[in-house]
Design a protein around this ligand. Sequence first.
Ligand SMILES: NC(=O)c1ccc[n+]([C@@H]2O[C@H](COP(=O)([O-])OP(=O)(O)OC[C@H]3O[C@@H](n4cnc5c(N)ncnc54)[C@H](O)[C@@H]3O)[C@@H](O)[C@H]2O)c1
Ligand SMILES: O=C(O)[C@H](O)CO
Length: 334
Amino acid sequence: MKKLLIYPAIDSTRLSRIQEISDQLIVCNVSELSAALTEIKDADAFFGKMTPELLAVAENLQWVQSPTASLEHYVFPELVDHPCQLTNMRGLFYDVIADHVMGFVICFARNLHRYIRQQTKSNWKPIGGVAGKPNFVTGPGQVSEVDCSHLHLSDCTLGVVGAGSIGAEICRRAAAFGMQVCAVDPLAREVPGVVEEVWNVDRLNDLLSISDFVVIAAPHTPQTEKLFRTVQFQQMKSTGYLINIGRGAIVDLPDLTAALQNGEIAGAGLDVFEIEPLPAEHPLWQMENVIITPHIAAASTRVPERHLETLLENIRCFLADKPFLTPADKQNWF
Ligand SMILES: NC(=O)c1ccc[n+]([C@@H]2O[C@H](COP(=O)([O-])OP(=O)(O)OC[C@H]3O[C@@H](n4cnc5c(N)ncnc54)[C@H](O)[C@@H]3O)[C@@H](O)[C@H]2O)c1
Ligand SMILES: O=C(O)[C@H](O)CO
């Protein structure tokens, strides 16, 4: 028999799905810290919010499951040093976050974010044209100058930083829109059928300089913290857009704000921020070339079921002594 401690307690529907897995599993679902401190002593496995206090009294613990994909706020030195295996909740959001990213890309390419602002003022005003030249639409049926402010996606390159489950799906979506795609990642070597060669992270500058859309889909790790500063924005095209759905801590917020204010980059689509919630007085809110969503890129009707399925599958692996579905590297936080 193996014992799984769940703390804080989960609802009865999810609990019964876990209990159905095996009669070889004792599931202990507790909401009080005092009960968790007692029950963890002989627990083999743990799901929920691990703390140094709980870990200190665990005598049997072999496996800890984090309820989130990201681990930067989950791991602590004693957990890193402990022999238990850590698993996370990656791989649940690949399609919905890739859709969110393509939403940003299409808005910027077609100026939808600007037209929505104009619509609130009943303002019929085609955006764009080259400086000093007329707009693309000069009158009914007439087409004149080349319009630089409405992009043709199949002329654009999208570069992904972090080609994991979300990043790879972004590559597939972008390729389906006819875009050229490139990616950097320390581990992934290809996105089958889409990116033949994923570059190592030492080629980040190459990616930044050729991409019209730079998408951060990496975790917050000791290596990615503040990976994007002024120097990286200066490597990007001044017509390029930054999209961040990974973690806010990867992008230095004052440097990003300055890059947008100085025209070093054309705009940004941001779901995550170094400071969350983004303070109401922050200048990003007022920039018309910035689209802000409040850390909801993963929100979807399917995610709760996938979250449970990942937990169930990892429990099955644990009981069968098989490799976990989502093993995580405690040292490197992903
Ligand atoms: N916006 C949101 O609501 C939301 C939701 C879920 C996940 N996320 C973030 O997205 C991240 C990725 O999720 P996933 O499911 O694709 O995880 P994943 O583990 O499948 O992929 C992460 C990828 O990033 C790569 N990586 C690690 N260090 C890197 C570096 N220095 N440079 C470039 N790439 C690096 C890894 O090798 C891996 O391939 C999560 O860690 C989380 O922080 C955000
Ligand atoms: O890391 C995760 O699981 C998502 O970003 C939700 O916070």
